[in-house]
Design a protein around this ligand. Structure first.
Ligand code: PGA
Length: 255
Protein backbone atom coordinates (compact mmCIF):
# COMPACT_ATOMS: atom_id res chain seq x y z
CA UNK A 1 0.00 0.00 0.00
CA UNK A 2 1.45 3.43 -0.88
CA UNK A 3 2.41 5.60 2.06
CA UNK A 4 -0.11 8.38 2.59
CA UNK A 5 1.21 11.88 1.97
CA UNK A 6 -0.64 13.27 5.00
CA UNK A 7 -0.21 12.51 8.70
CA UNK A 8 -3.30 10.72 10.05
CA UNK A 9 -5.34 12.41 12.77
CA UNK A 10 -7.80 10.66 15.06
CA UNK A 11 -10.00 12.73 17.37
CA UNK A 12 -12.25 11.66 20.25
CA UNK A 13 -15.44 13.73 20.26
CA UNK A 14 -16.84 13.13 23.71
CA UNK A 15 -19.85 15.39 23.11
CA UNK A 16 -21.69 15.99 26.43
CA UNK A 17 -20.01 13.09 28.22
CA UNK A 18 -17.48 12.82 31.06
CA UNK A 19 -17.07 14.78 34.26
CA UNK A 20 -13.65 16.12 35.25
CA UNK A 21 -12.94 12.90 37.19
CA UNK A 22 -14.08 10.69 34.31
CA UNK A 23 -11.96 12.64 31.81
CA UNK A 24 -8.97 12.20 34.13
CA UNK A 25 -9.61 8.43 34.41
CA UNK A 26 -9.79 8.10 30.63
CA UNK A 27 -6.64 10.13 30.03
CA UNK A 28 -4.64 8.38 32.73
CA UNK A 29 -5.27 5.09 30.93
CA UNK A 30 -4.95 6.50 27.42
CA UNK A 31 -1.72 8.41 28.02
CA UNK A 32 -0.15 5.24 29.43
CA UNK A 33 -0.91 3.25 26.29
CA UNK A 34 -0.05 5.45 23.31
CA UNK A 35 3.36 3.91 22.66
CA UNK A 36 3.78 3.15 18.95
CA UNK A 37 1.34 5.86 17.89
CA UNK A 38 3.98 8.45 17.04
CA UNK A 39 2.82 8.53 13.42
CA UNK A 40 -0.73 9.61 14.32
CA UNK A 41 -1.96 12.98 15.59
CA UNK A 42 -4.11 12.21 18.64
CA UNK A 43 -6.81 14.66 19.72
CA UNK A 44 -9.37 14.58 22.52
CA UNK A 45 -12.40 16.90 22.56
CA UNK A 46 -13.85 17.03 26.09
CA UNK A 47 -16.78 19.23 27.15
CA UNK A 48 -15.71 22.69 28.39
CA UNK A 49 -15.52 21.89 32.14
CA UNK A 50 -13.02 19.07 31.51
CA UNK A 51 -10.75 21.02 29.14
CA UNK A 52 -8.32 22.27 31.78
CA UNK A 53 -7.87 18.84 33.33
CA UNK A 54 -7.39 17.32 29.87
CA UNK A 55 -4.68 19.88 29.13
CA UNK A 56 -2.97 18.94 32.41
CA UNK A 57 -3.15 15.20 31.76
CA UNK A 58 -1.77 15.56 28.25
CA UNK A 59 1.10 17.93 29.08
CA UNK A 60 4.39 16.52 27.83
CA UNK A 61 2.49 14.05 25.61
CA UNK A 62 1.76 14.43 21.88
CA UNK A 63 -2.00 14.38 22.57
CA UNK A 64 -3.74 17.64 21.73
CA UNK A 65 -6.91 18.96 23.35
CA UNK A 66 -9.75 20.41 21.30
CA UNK A 67 -12.95 22.18 22.31
CA UNK A 68 -16.29 21.30 20.70
CA UNK A 69 -17.36 24.84 19.77
CA UNK A 70 -16.41 28.51 20.24
CA UNK A 71 -17.64 32.01 19.45
CA UNK A 72 -16.02 34.04 16.70
CA UNK A 73 -15.48 37.17 18.80
CA UNK A 74 -12.57 37.44 21.23
CA UNK A 75 -14.80 38.81 24.02
CA UNK A 76 -18.05 40.65 24.54
CA UNK A 77 -21.65 40.47 25.65
CA UNK A 78 -22.34 36.89 24.50
CA UNK A 79 -23.77 35.10 27.52
CA UNK A 80 -22.96 31.42 27.57
CA UNK A 81 -20.28 31.62 24.90
CA UNK A 82 -16.53 30.94 24.96
CA UNK A 83 -13.90 32.58 22.73
CA UNK A 84 -10.88 31.20 20.90
CA UNK A 85 -8.66 33.43 23.04
CA UNK A 86 -10.05 31.85 26.21
CA UNK A 87 -9.49 28.36 24.82
CA UNK A 88 -5.90 29.20 23.84
CA UNK A 89 -5.39 30.61 27.33
CA UNK A 90 -6.32 27.21 28.77
CA UNK A 91 -3.83 25.40 26.52
CA UNK A 92 -6.45 24.13 24.07
CA UNK A 93 -5.00 23.69 20.57
CA UNK A 94 -7.95 22.84 18.30
CA UNK A 95 -11.71 23.25 18.06
CA UNK A 96 -14.52 21.28 16.41
CA UNK A 97 -16.72 23.63 14.40
CA UNK A 98 -20.02 23.04 12.64
CA UNK A 99 -20.77 19.60 14.05
CA UNK A 100 -24.14 18.48 12.69
CA UNK A 101 -25.55 18.35 16.24
CA UNK A 102 -24.72 22.03 16.59
CA UNK A 103 -26.16 22.78 13.16
CA UNK A 104 -29.36 20.80 13.78
CA UNK A 105 -30.03 21.29 17.49
CA UNK A 106 -28.43 24.67 18.20
CA UNK A 107 -29.08 26.63 15.00
CA UNK A 108 -25.40 26.86 13.99
CA UNK A 109 -25.40 28.56 10.59
CA UNK A 110 -22.93 28.66 7.72
CA UNK A 111 -22.77 32.44 8.27
CA UNK A 112 -21.56 31.91 11.85
CA UNK A 113 -19.09 29.28 10.68
CA UNK A 114 -17.70 31.63 8.03
CA UNK A 115 -16.65 33.83 10.97
CA UNK A 116 -15.62 31.06 13.35
CA UNK A 117 -13.19 29.19 11.07
CA UNK A 118 -10.90 32.20 10.39
CA UNK A 119 -11.25 33.36 14.01
CA UNK A 120 -9.97 29.98 15.19
CA UNK A 121 -7.00 30.11 12.81
CA UNK A 122 -6.24 33.69 13.79
CA UNK A 123 -6.18 32.72 17.48
CA UNK A 124 -3.89 29.74 16.84
CA UNK A 125 -6.48 26.96 17.11
CA UNK A 126 -6.72 24.21 14.50
CA UNK A 127 -10.32 24.22 13.24
CA UNK A 128 -11.88 20.79 12.69
CA UNK A 129 -14.76 21.73 10.42
CA UNK A 130 -17.58 19.18 10.10
CA UNK A 131 -19.64 18.85 6.94
CA UNK A 132 -22.10 16.19 5.85
CA UNK A 133 -25.45 15.41 4.30
CA UNK A 134 -28.67 14.10 5.81
CA UNK A 135 -30.19 10.80 4.75
CA UNK A 136 -32.91 12.61 2.76
CA UNK A 137 -30.27 14.66 0.96
CA UNK A 138 -28.27 11.53 0.09
CA UNK A 139 -31.41 9.73 -1.10
CA UNK A 140 -32.24 12.73 -3.28
CA UNK A 141 -28.78 12.62 -4.86
CA UNK A 142 -27.82 15.94 -3.28
CA UNK A 143 -24.74 14.86 -1.32
CA UNK A 144 -22.17 16.68 -3.46
CA UNK A 145 -24.33 19.80 -3.69
CA UNK A 146 -24.69 19.93 0.11
CA UNK A 147 -20.98 19.39 0.73
CA UNK A 148 -20.00 21.98 -1.89
CA UNK A 149 -22.35 24.57 -0.38
CA UNK A 150 -21.12 23.97 3.18
CA UNK A 151 -17.46 24.17 2.14
CA UNK A 152 -17.97 27.28 0.02
CA UNK A 153 -19.79 29.09 2.81
CA UNK A 154 -17.79 27.94 5.83
CA UNK A 155 -14.36 28.46 4.23
CA UNK A 156 -15.23 31.67 2.38
CA UNK A 157 -13.10 33.88 4.62
CA UNK A 158 -10.12 31.52 4.90
CA UNK A 159 -7.23 32.64 2.69
CA UNK A 160 -5.77 29.99 0.36
CA UNK A 161 -2.47 30.25 2.26
CA UNK A 162 -4.17 28.92 5.42
CA UNK A 163 -6.58 26.45 3.87
CA UNK A 164 -4.33 23.45 4.50
CA UNK A 165 -4.41 24.15 8.25
CA UNK A 166 -8.14 23.46 8.41
CA UNK A 167 -8.97 19.85 9.22
CA UNK A 168 -12.24 18.79 7.64
CA UNK A 169 -14.44 15.99 8.98
CA UNK A 170 -16.87 14.40 6.57
CA UNK A 171 -19.70 13.23 8.80
CA UNK A 172 -22.80 11.93 7.02
CA UNK A 173 -25.59 12.76 9.46
CA UNK A 174 -27.28 9.39 8.90
CA UNK A 175 -24.16 7.62 10.19
CA UNK A 176 -23.69 9.64 13.39
CA UNK A 177 -24.58 7.68 16.50
CA UNK A 178 -26.69 5.26 14.45
CA UNK A 179 -24.29 2.33 14.15
CA UNK A 180 -24.77 2.69 10.38
CA UNK A 181 -21.25 3.45 9.18
CA UNK A 182 -20.76 4.72 5.64
CA UNK A 183 -19.24 2.12 3.35
CA UNK A 184 -15.58 2.59 2.50
CA UNK A 185 -16.67 3.55 -1.03
CA UNK A 186 -19.11 6.18 0.25
CA UNK A 187 -16.51 7.66 2.60
CA UNK A 188 -13.76 7.69 -0.02
CA UNK A 189 -16.05 9.14 -2.69
CA UNK A 190 -17.33 11.99 -0.51
CA UNK A 191 -13.89 12.80 0.87
CA UNK A 192 -12.31 12.79 -2.59
CA UNK A 193 -15.08 15.17 -3.64
CA UNK A 194 -14.31 17.45 -0.68
CA UNK A 195 -10.63 17.42 -1.68
CA UNK A 196 -11.56 18.33 -5.24
CA UNK A 197 -13.51 21.33 -3.95
CA UNK A 198 -10.52 22.47 -1.89
CA UNK A 199 -8.38 22.12 -5.02
CA UNK A 200 -10.54 24.72 -6.74
CA UNK A 201 -9.31 27.16 -4.09
CA UNK A 202 -5.70 25.95 -3.90
CA UNK A 203 -4.23 22.76 -5.36
CA UNK A 204 -1.42 22.54 -2.80
CA UNK A 205 -3.78 23.02 0.13
CA UNK A 206 -6.03 20.27 -1.20
CA UNK A 207 -3.07 17.89 -1.23
CA UNK A 208 -2.03 18.82 2.31
CA UNK A 209 -5.35 19.24 4.14
CA UNK A 210 -6.40 16.36 6.38
CA UNK A 211 -9.95 15.14 5.74
CA UNK A 212 -11.39 12.76 8.33
CA UNK A 213 -14.35 10.42 8.30
CA UNK A 214 -16.85 10.48 11.18
CA UNK A 215 -20.02 8.50 11.82
CA UNK A 216 -20.12 5.22 13.76
CA UNK A 217 -16.39 4.62 13.35
CA UNK A 218 -15.49 1.63 15.55
CA UNK A 219 -12.49 -0.59 16.23
CA UNK A 220 -13.75 -3.13 13.67
CA UNK A 221 -14.26 -0.73 10.76
CA UNK A 222 -11.66 1.98 11.40
CA UNK A 223 -8.71 0.34 9.61
CA UNK A 224 -10.66 -0.22 6.40
CA UNK A 225 -12.03 3.34 6.38
CA UNK A 226 -8.69 4.96 7.14
CA UNK A 227 -6.95 2.85 4.50
CA UNK A 228 -8.88 4.67 1.77
CA UNK A 229 -6.56 6.94 -0.19
CA UNK A 230 -8.28 10.20 0.74
CA UNK A 231 -9.39 9.34 4.29
CA UNK A 232 -6.82 10.85 6.65
CA UNK A 233 -8.26 9.73 9.98
CA UNK A 234 -11.42 9.81 12.03
CA UNK A 235 -13.65 11.91 14.24
CA UNK A 236 -15.01 9.36 16.69
CA UNK A 237 -18.02 9.86 18.96
CA UNK A 238 -19.52 6.89 20.80
CA UNK A 239 -16.51 4.58 20.41
CA UNK A 240 -14.17 7.25 21.81
CA UNK A 241 -15.69 7.15 25.29
CA UNK A 242 -13.85 3.96 26.20
CA UNK A 243 -10.05 4.28 26.21
CA UNK A 244 -9.47 0.75 24.89
CA UNK A 245 -11.85 1.24 21.95
CA UNK A 246 -10.44 4.66 21.13
CA UNK A 247 -6.91 3.30 21.34
CA UNK A 248 -7.81 0.48 18.93
CA UNK A 249 -9.17 3.05 16.48
CA UNK A 250 -6.02 5.18 16.80
CA UNK A 251 -3.90 2.10 16.14
CA UNK A 252 -5.96 1.42 13.02
CA UNK A 253 -4.71 4.79 11.77
CA UNK A 254 -1.13 3.49 11.64
CA UNK A 255 -0.71 2.14 8.14
P1 PGA B 1 -20.37 8.63 16.40
O1 PGA B 1 -20.23 10.24 16.36
O2 PGA B 1 -18.98 8.07 16.23
O3 PGA B 1 -20.97 8.33 17.72
O4 PGA B 1 -21.25 8.26 15.24
C1 PGA B 1 -19.31 10.86 15.50
C2 PGA B 1 -19.43 12.34 15.67
O5 PGA B 1 -20.55 12.84 15.87
O6 PGA B 1 -18.41 13.07 15.60
Amino acid sequence: MPVKPRRPLVAANWKMHKTVAEAGDFLERFVASIGGLEAVDLVVCPPYPALATAVEWTERTPIRVAAQNMHSEAEGAFTGEVSATMLRDLGVEAVVLGHSERRQLFCETDEALARKVPAALEAGLVPILCVGESEAQRDAGETEEVLAAQLAADLAEVSPSRLAEVVIAYEPIWAIGTGRTATTEQAQEAIAFIRSRLARRDAGAAEDARILYGGSMKPDNAAELMAQPDVDGGLVGGASLDPADFLAICRAGVT
